[in-house]
Design a protein around this ligand. Structure first.
Ligand code: BGC
Length: 877
């Protein structure tokens, strides 16, 4: 272990000036977290952001002006507002009309007397009001009950005049793909996405002007089972309904200004085609012999097509969306093609990913290809899929026997690294495609230790694979649900790797909509479990924790405002179940998947933490976050009420779970970590609690023992209480249980269990052994904040102010991280070479930072710009 001892400092501090000064401008305009969104709900608040572009340093915005126009006429001008605010500035003009495009620009002034020109023009476009829907919900007139083939819908129509513009408003009961004149509309998958369909069903809006033509046109769509009616947890199906449905409204503005509308109605036709079944858990069965030719194009008369039935479904649940849809991302070529001891042909893609395989078939008409997907090989090196439980993750393709026959599935995704192949597939022409919500990557992180870099890679891939429209627990077995505890644990880390604001905003609205009248929050969101599956400590607390973490990262009070009633509802639920301020009832998951020894636990090594002790701490934390939020939103009565309550909750904790000398009733790491992290103990008892925590870590041979709830806070507590060296020791620990143990075992994602593959090479019990579960990846938050030193500041959230406080340690000699924020990119990179320490940082315009130089007592306040610090930290000999 390397300790940094400071003997003398000779500090060199350089503000690096750019060679070519760039003039001031407002750039990267965003509306509702997107550049030019279409389909914004007409009634929602409109948040506008821009970046201050200039190569000057120490730059702050002093004023802005926003101009919004419609059809060339200014409808709102903010006038010059003397303000430094450049993010989430609310549109305050006249009420917005539906289906209308608004153009906007900003100009800004800085603290050095410069004024920018008007920015480039961006736009947002509103979607429909509920009353604007004239389309009807349609379903095939003849349901096919044999399997669950995906129905095809089509309609031909004529456009007589020249087209000025066209928009498609579309959603489904199920998930849809849609084409106009043979061309796929958009590049999103699994649309309309997963929400609490009973009260919130998203529709998408596409600009389809370029896909239409004057004359004959064809509209076509396929609807897969999706989350609406496909298989879900515990073998259930048809959660929201049993009939696949399509709602389709195409609005064409013609050159003469008139409007032509094509809607789904009784004049559409339906049929069944090659997709015999397609659903998330089980995969897809595709019979290419049943492909229908020409159905995507106009001029095709086929007597086998049947009518449709009109469904009387509600329109009141339809909502516009600004959440990022799922899209295709990385493509992987096979790393290896393996012949297993059992003789199986298995493709190894080298990365546990979520998506599907795109492949070429080398066969004859009627030949069958089967692909089975798995995450790991068994100890003998054979294909392994038992940990998928009942999920088949199988792709079955029946060939049509044409030349150059290619396939990729439609309404399913698989979690896999290995694919077992049966049948005539062309192994030279196979690739795996990763699909996940289209959130921009915001963070980068690397160090001098390749194992830590692999850990960071695994965290990012855990996030990619599990952010599929909602934050899931795992993407492969028969679960794939929005487990709240997992999302809570990972939410802070998630904000470092990707832009997750709109993603969480959507999911949190579903959380509010699923909350029970008494405030209880279900275990999973959207809720597909039993009515009684709700209100668990550390799970339901996502209601307060996630909005707060999103607020810290993006500084967006709208998200806090959206969630406030939900946050308060959850706190009041606990309050009403607490007796004398003690919440010690109810079923809880506790510190899920904490360390237990493999064999008999004769001397009591399992790191069990009393579940009600945990519940009391999460109660206090939720109250604290509610107070913070009430303060920001100016809800004074609540600040008073809950500020009076909080000390009582902490007193009740100390009374019930702590001895006079400060020993906790559970001696586990998680108990001490949570009590310290959430300030449950009086000052006088904190030091001894930290000492007990350290002793516990030593008792386990310098290993962690924490589960889902303790793990995110373990290293933070160690660093905060002066044991940064122990935090590094745990991070760099390579033997089980530790973060690097799976890395040493070849993991490419974060595992559900610390020992998914045991030290002796055998696999953990198949009924719960996912190799892609992000919860333990919550260490990422500490890696960015402590190793690289990039921290948000809660008094100026969204990185308006930044704390740069890297704390080197362990054997690391170098670390770098960057984070794209709404203001611009933050950078922090340090190197330790012999005794020479250098730190290079980049602070975005319109922000400032406090820099705490490691190994010194120096604190520097700096404005925007690039800085280089260099000084010597003598090493112990
Ligand atoms: C999920 C977890 C989840 C848990 C609740 C599991 O089946 O995969 O990640 O939080 O149930 O205990």
């Amino acid at each position: 272990m390397q300790r940094i001892v400071l003997l003398s400092i000779c500090l060199l501090f350089l503000a690096i000036s750019p060679l070519n000064a760039q003039r001031l401008s407002a750039g990267d305009l965003l509306c509702e977290y997107a550049a030019n969104p279409i389909g914004i709900a007409p009634g929602q608040p409109i948040r506008l952001c821009w970046k201050m572009i200039s190569s000057d340093s120490n730059l702050l915005q002093t004023a802005y002006e926003i101009k919004v126009t419609r059809k060339g006429r200014t409808i709102w001008n903010s006038s010059r507002v003397n303000s430094g605010q450049s993010v989430h500035v609310l549109y305050k003009g006249p009420a917005l009309n539906a289906r209308t495009r608004y153009f906007w620009q900003a100009r800004i002034w800085d603290n050095k007397g410069h004024a920018s020109e008007w920015s480039r023009i961006n736009y947002w476009e509103t979607g429909l009001d509920t009353s604007d829907w004239s389309a009807k919900w349609i379903t095939p007139s003849t349901p096919d009950t044999t399997a669950a083939p995906a129905p095809l819908f089509r309609k031909e129509f004529i456009i007589n005049k020249k087209i000025r513009s066209a928009r498609l408003y579309i959603t489904a009961h199920g998930i849809y793909e849609t084409w106009l004149n043979g061309k796929r509309v958009g590049d999103a998958y699994f649309t309309p996405g997963w929400t609490n369909y009973n009260s919130r069903l998203q529709y998408q809006v596409y600009d389809v002007t370029h896909l239409l033509t004057t004359g004959a046109n064809a509209a076509a769509a396929i609807v897969g089972d999706g989350w609406y009616r496909g298989s879900t947890y515990r073998g259930r199906k048809n959660i929201y309904g049993s009939a696949p449905g399509l709602l389709y409204q195409l609005e064409i503005i013609l050159a003469d200004g008139t409007r032509q509308i094509l809607t789904s109605d009784q004049t559409w036709t339906s049929n069944y085609g090659p997709i015999r079944s397609s659903e998330f858990f089980n995969g897809e069965c595709y019979d290419a012999q049943r492909e229908r030719t020409g159905w995507l194009l106009a001029g095709r008369q086929d007597p086998t097509w049947q009518g449709v039935k009109i469904e009387t479904a509600s329109f009141s649940n339809l909502i516009a969306t600004n959440a990022p849809p799922v899209k295709k991302h990385e493509i992987f070529k096979p790393l290896n093609i393996i012949k297993t001891p059992r003789g199986e042909t298995v493709i190894d893609f080298g990365q546990n990913l979520v998506g599907w395989v795109h492949f070429r078939i080398n066969g004859h008409k009627g030949d069958t290809v089967i692909l089975l997907h798995g995450e790991v090989l068994d100890p003998q090196g054979n294909f392994y899929a038992e940990n998928l439980r009942s999920a088949l993750q199988s792709i079955k393709y029946i060939a049509k026997g044409t030349a150059d026959e290619w396939f990729e599935p439609h309404f399913t995704f698989q979690g896999f690294r290995y694919v077992k192949v049966l049948g005539p597939i062309d192994l030279q022409n196979v690739e795996a495609i990763a699909l996940y919500s289209d959130m921009g990557e915001t963070g980068s992180f690397s160090t001098s230790n390749p194992l830590i870099d692999q850990l960071q890679h695994n965290i990012q891939w855990g996030q990619k694979g599990n952010f599929i429209d909602i934050p899931t627990d795992c993407p492969q077995r028969d679960e794939r649900l929005g487990w709240t505890g997992d999302a809570q644990a990972f939410s802070a880390t998630a904000t470092f790797n990707m832009d997750v604001a709109a993603f969480f905003e959507k999911w949190l609205k579903d959380l509010s909509s699923e909350q029970l009248p008494d405030g209880a929050v279900p275990y999973v969101i959207p809720n597909v479990l039993r009515a009684k599956d709700n209100a668990a400590a550390g799970w339901s607390d996502v209601a307060t924790i996630a909005p707060w973490n999103i607020y810290l990262a993006y500084g967006d009070t709208t998200i806090l405002r959206n969630q406030y009633n939900s946050m308060k509802g959850w706190v009041n639920y606990i309050r009403s179940h607490a007796v004398n301020n003690l919440w010690n009832t109810g079923d809880h998951f506790g510190d899920w998947l904490f360390y237990t020894p493999g064999d008999a636990d004769d001397d009591g090594r399992a790191a069990i933490t009393d579940k009600h002790l945990i519940a009391q701490i999460f109660y206090a934390n939720s109250v604290q976050l509610l107070i913070n939020t009430a303060r920001i939103l100016g809800i004074r009565e609540d600040v008073t009420t809950y500020s009076t309550l909080l000390p009582k909750i902490k007193e009740a904790f100390v009374d019930e779970y702590t001895t006079r000398k400060g020993r906790l009733v559970s001696g586990s790491q998680t108990a001490y970590v949570l009590a310290l992290n959430f300030d449950m103990l009086p000052d006088s008892l904190r030091h001894q609690a930290a000492v007990r925590l350290i002793q516990n870590i030593k008792d386990y041979g310098n290993h962690l023992t924490t589960g889902f709830l303790g793990t995110p806070h373990l290293c933070h507590v160690l660093t905060r209480f002066g044991y940064n060296n122990i935090a590094y020791m745990l991070l760099l620990q390579e033997t089980y249980p530790s973060w690097l143990y799976p890395v040493k075992k070849g993991a490419t994602t974060i595992w559900e269990r610390w020992d998914g593959i045991r030290p002796n090479g055998t696999l953990q019990q198949a009924n719960m052994n996912s190799f892609n579960h992000y919860a333990y990846g919550a260490i990422g938050d500490w890696m960015y904040k402590v190793i690289a030193g990039i921290n948000p500041v809660d008094t100026a959230p969204g990185y308006k102010s930044i704390l740069i406080a890297p704390r080197p340690g362990g054997s690391l000699t170098h670390a770098q991280a960057s984070l794209k924020t709404l203001y611009g990119s933050i950078g922090s990179s340090w190197k330790l070479e012999n005794e020479n320490f250098t730190l290079d940082i980049v602070i975005p315009n319109n922000t400032n930072a406090e820099v705490i130089l490691p190994g010194t007592n120096e604190r520097r306040r700096v404005g925007s710009g690039s800085y280089h610090f260099s000084y010597s930290i003598p090493q112990p000999r």
